[in-house]
Design a protein around this ligand. Structure first.
Ligand SMILES: [Zn+2]
Length: 392
């Protein structure tokens, strides 16, 4: 069958209202609760069971499952994995309506967690759900809807370790606004702890303050250039943010302890020990010797460097061009460059991987996706599964 016919058939196999309904159902589960992974997994598995897809819910830790589904193909190519996380991200306040009750307006669908990335997951589920009726695919189509991206990416790592595959293709459906991302930085989350002694303002000379030193550390660190070899595909990294400073107990008492937490988005080649030492050197250079200092790296995401050309990018480009009438850009500009994704784990498992999904990297109240992009991305996912390995 000709490529354009395959794309047309895949496009016709996905129903826009169905993608919207799946998204609404996933966003309708209480969105500020990480344990909502369980109810979301039930929604996904229920839909796929209904469609006759082989699907499993696997608890990674109690009550926090992955959903793994497989549509067997004809074995003409290795598997294609559609991967997305079912925990939702950081939530700003200020919604004009209930984020747990998604709504449509002007071609947009609004809902809590819809961009990162419940809309993307729903599009992937809709593609897999439509696959049996579409007919035989050249190779297996897998869904990894995974728990606990925020923090460690545990769900994606566990799924790949226990289920495979170890070759083939991966699409991580994080919000790329339908661009194709082939790289993003890693992340070191760090914590600096300063300890001193407290006294009332009347005896402050005999205390060891930590708040002043903590501010000095902040000032020095935000201007620091970390040692690294530039990565041409990640030109805006490394990039550091200090997001937390906690110190002191009372207005009239010297701050006995201070804690600073931050996040360094880094390029390949930078390592945890050296980064920690660099931070410690700064802390020691700007704090008095009688202040206790401790630096820990408390979180780690690996950077992602994927292929910049090949059959996967070709298939996405052909499908989107035909289905949505727009050519996806292959780009790693900000903000995508400084997000962390599970794409690094798909690459580590041996898969040719890109990030491609609906919506923008954007945390704000009243977050939304275009409904035609949402449904279009589901159509593209199924079309890519049909194109990869097809006889041309
Ligand atoms: Zn995400």
């Amino acid at each position: 069958m000709r490529m354009t016919d395959l794309i047309e058939r895949a496009s016709n196999a996905v129903d826009t209202r169905r993608v919207v309904d799946l998204t609404r159902a996933l966003c309708g589960v209480r969105w500020d609760d990480p344990q909502a992974e369980g109810p979301r997994a039930e929604i996904i598995a229920g839909a796929l069971e209904q469609a006759g897809v082989d699907v499993h819910i696997a608890d990674v830790v109690e009550g926090r499952p992955n959903v793994i589904a497989r549509v067997p193909g004809e074995g003409k190519r290795p598997p294609l994995v559609l991967q997305g996380h079912i925990d939702a991200g950081i939530y700003p306040s200020g919604w004009t309506r209930d984020p747990d009750d998604p709504w449509e307006d002007g071609g947009k669908l609004y809902g809590g967690g819809i961009t990162d990335m419940l809309g993307g997951v729903a599009a992937m589920v809709a593609a897999v759900e439509a696959a049996p009726a579409f007919g035989p695919l050249p190779g297996d189509l897998l869904l990894h809807a995974t728990m606990y991206h925020n923090g460690s990416g545990l769900g994606a790592k566990y799924a790949l370790k226990t289920e495979g595959p170890s070759e083939g293709y991966g699409i991580c459906g994080e919000p790329s606004d339908l661009d194709i991302h082939t790289a993003n930085g890693g992340a070191f989350k760090f914590e600096i702890r300063l300890t001193g002694t407290s006294q009332h303002v009347s005896r402050m000379e005999s205390a060891v303050d930590t708040l002043g030193p903590a501010v000095a550390v902040y000032d020095k660190l935000v201007d620091h250039r970390f040692a690294h070899e530039a990565e041409a595909r990640l030109p805006d990294l490394p990039r550091l943010l200090i997001g937390e400073l906690h110190a002191g107990e009372a207005p009239a008492a010297v701050a006995e302890s201070a804690t600073i937490r931050g996040d360094l988005r880094y390029v390949p080649g930078m390592n945890r020990s050296e980064v920690r030492q660099e931070i410690l050197d700064i802390v020691e250079s700007v704090t008095p010797d009688d202040v206790g200092r401790r630096v820990r790296i408390i979180g780690l995401h690996q950077p992602f460097l994927g292929a910049t050309a090949g059959p996967l990018i070709d298939a996405i480009t052909s499908a989107q061009t035909r289905i949505l009438g727009s050519v996806p850009r292959v780009t790693n500009e900000l903000p995508g460059q400084s997000f962390v994704t599970d794409a690094a784990d798909l690459v580590a498992a041996g898969l040719e991987t890109v990030v491609y999904g609906v919506g923008s990297w954007y945390y704000a109240p009243d977050e939304w996706v275009y409904i035609d992009h949402l449904a279009g991305s589901a159509r593209v996912y199924l079309a890519v599964a049909a194109l990869l390995g097809a006889d041309s």
